[in-house]
Design a protein around this ligand. Structure first.
Ligand code: N0T
Length: 537
């Protein structure tokens, strides 16, 4: 009876983000959840389009589908709501044992108003667009439009109310993204009278506290006084974040699901500089996460949308978005073959989720951002990795929350990388054969098939003092003593290849020894899961 009661409690517990010791977990049904996600294409949010989404999701071995719910589709005429699509979506997700992350395409979708209903799109008097410095309306809706906020918030609250009704006891839907890639391209802020007035106001105390100024500015005062050359961008960021906060707060008041925003990135490597039309002003770029935290406390996470494949940039982006006050969550990453390996880095670093974008068979390719292919060949490289993680996803999320996991993705330089573990150090190298050391075979020019471009990765969970779960592809890993074991000779006590079963029990398939361990542990194209026990002598 106590157990039944505990299950009951877990089933009714709402999904939520928790933080401990600077690490984060997304709790679903009361336990950390690893989101092996996939995002559908922008226009697949219609019942008849779903079969091509589910087919790709299955091939991806994803446990979570991210998919839009558009304002235009749930409120095509003002005050008339239609949740037919949402009902079918939730029903079909349950049948497939898949969770949902809904993307609220409202006032801003990639900064523009393409997903607002027609009755909003062209009523600029009631739903004002931003004005440029000459007073001319631009493409983007103004974050100072009080009627726009009211209308968007109203529709969103209706959506959350409906979700609570149909899913409040099941939690098929585990998170909601509020808007999509907000900000404004080409304009720093809104120069309308409402915008001008707000810009002349004082920086709110919460922003002063959470967003330090990159320049020597006043400790308080107007945006210009405090943030100097960054004032316009920071002000616009605050305006949009505050607008999002009103929507998220109202939605969570009726149904308290975790909520997040996503970001079209600014360059993470070039030195920080004032906005120069080089990214969307007002979005949750890495430099203004503090403003989002201050202005939008009902938004749990700001996540990076990664479409720039260069490994130093990807790593810099992960570094910048993983913070004690911000969980690492990659809600979008390109679906071409350069990106799957980053799953090892994101999930190894303790990310709560990772979702390639464009995982459906709708015959649309967003090349050159993503893959040219729109069929199984595009999905498979993600599917093999997710397939290795999926049976142990719950364990992995728990280990990540406990700070036991690490991960690396092969860099564009193909160079070895080291992983610091408690009492141990691991070295991961790439393009190695399974047998022998490269230095003895200098005459061999050949490299393993499938390693022509970087696609290796390894993630490690330290499950005991000398015990590790290791998952990888196209990589070699070797361990040596460090810390308390520094300088001690060591060897494998045991290396089992296997997987966890549905009860969470480790099931061994074979014991790696001899050739299989003499030259490190070598992962090839098929991601394998190893349970590695080490010992010193
Ligand atoms: C993304 C997706 C979708 C290095 C692009 C990325 C999705 C949105 N936008 O397919 O539109 O809804 O969130 C913008 C990337 C900008 C170019 C980066 C060049």
């Amino acid at each position: 009876a106590a157990l039944a009661a505990a299950f009951q409690a877990a089933a009714v517990e709402l999904p939520r983000l928790v933080t401990q010791d600077g690490r984060h977990a997304l709790l679903v049904d009361g336990a950390p959840y690893l989101m092996l996600g996939a995002q559908a294409h922008n226009s697949s949010n219609y019942v008849a389009a779903l079969p091509k989404v589910w087919a790709a999701l299955a091939d991806a071995n994803a446990n979570t589908l991210e998919i839009p719910v558009a304002w235009e589709q749930i409120e095509p005429a003002e005050g008339k709501f239609d949740f037919g699509y949402v009902d079918t979506l939730v029903q079909q997700a349950r049948e497939r044992n898949v969770r949902l992350v809904l993307l609220w395409f409202g006032t801003w979708k990639n900064t523009g108003p393409s997903y607002v209903p027609e009755w909003v799109k062209f009523d600029n008097a009631r739903f004002p667009r931003m004005l440029d410095q000459q007073g001319k309306p631009i493409y983007c809706l103004s974050p100072h439009g009080t009627e726009t906020l009211k209308a968007d918030r109203n529709a969103f609250v209706r959506l959350m109310t409906h979700l609570k009704q149909i899913d409040g006891d099941r939690h098929t839907v585990i998170m909601v993204q509020v808007q999509n890639e907000v900000g404004t391209y080409g304009y720093a802020r809104d120069y309308s009278p409402a915008g001008q007035k707000a810009f002349a106001g004082a920086v709110p105390a919460a922003v002063l506290k959470q967003q330090k100024s990159p320049v020597q500015g006043a400790a308080s005062g107007t945006w210009q006084q405090v943030y100097g050359d960054y004032a316009e961008q920071y002000f616009h960021t605050w305006a949009i974040a505050s607008y999002i906060e009103e929507i998220a707060k109202a939605g969570r008041a009726v149904y308290d699901l975790p909520m997040f925003v996503n970001n079209a990135l600014r360059d993470p490597v070039e030195p920080l500089a004032p906005w120069r039309k080089n990214f969307a002003s007002g979005g949750p770029t890495y430099d203004v996460i503090g403003i989002y935290k201050a202005a939008a406390p009902h938004i749990d996470v700001a996540g990076p949308d990664i479409y720039e494949p260069a490994s130093p940039k990807v790593m810099a982006t992960l570094d910048k978005f993983q913070r004690p006050d911000n969980a690492l969550f990659v809600p979008e990453i390109g679906n071409s073959t350069v990106y799957p390996r980053y799953a090892f880095a994101v999930l190894g670093r303790g990310g709560i989720g990772f979702a390639p974008f464009g995982i459906d068979y709708a015959d649309y390719s967003n090349f050159p951002l993503g893959s040219k292919a729109t069929d199984r060949t595009m999905v498979a490289p993600f599917g093999t990795i997710f397939g290795a993680f999926r049976p142990m996803a719950r364990q992995w999320a728990q280990w990540a929350f406990e700070g036991r996991t690490r991960g690396v993705a092969e860099g564009d330089d193909r160079a070895p990388q080291t992983i610091a573990l408690r009492g141990w150090k691991a070295t991961v190298s790439f393009r190695e054969w399974q047998f022998g050391e490269a230095q003895y075979f200098k005459h061999i020019q050949d490299k393993p098939a499938g390693t022509e471009a970087p696609n290796g990765g390894v993630a490690v969970a330290q499950v005991g003092d000398n015990e590790f779960i290791v998952v990888g592809q196209h990589a070699r890993i070797k361990f040596e003593g460090a810390g308390a074991n520094a300088g001690k000779p060591s060897m494998y006590a045991r290396v089992e290849e296997g997987q966890f079963d549905s009860q969470g029990r480790w099931v061994m398939e074979r014991n790696w020894n001899g050739d299989q361990t003499d030259y490190g542990l070598n992962f090839m194209a098929r991601p394998a899961v190893l349970r590695v026990k080490l010992g010193t002598y």
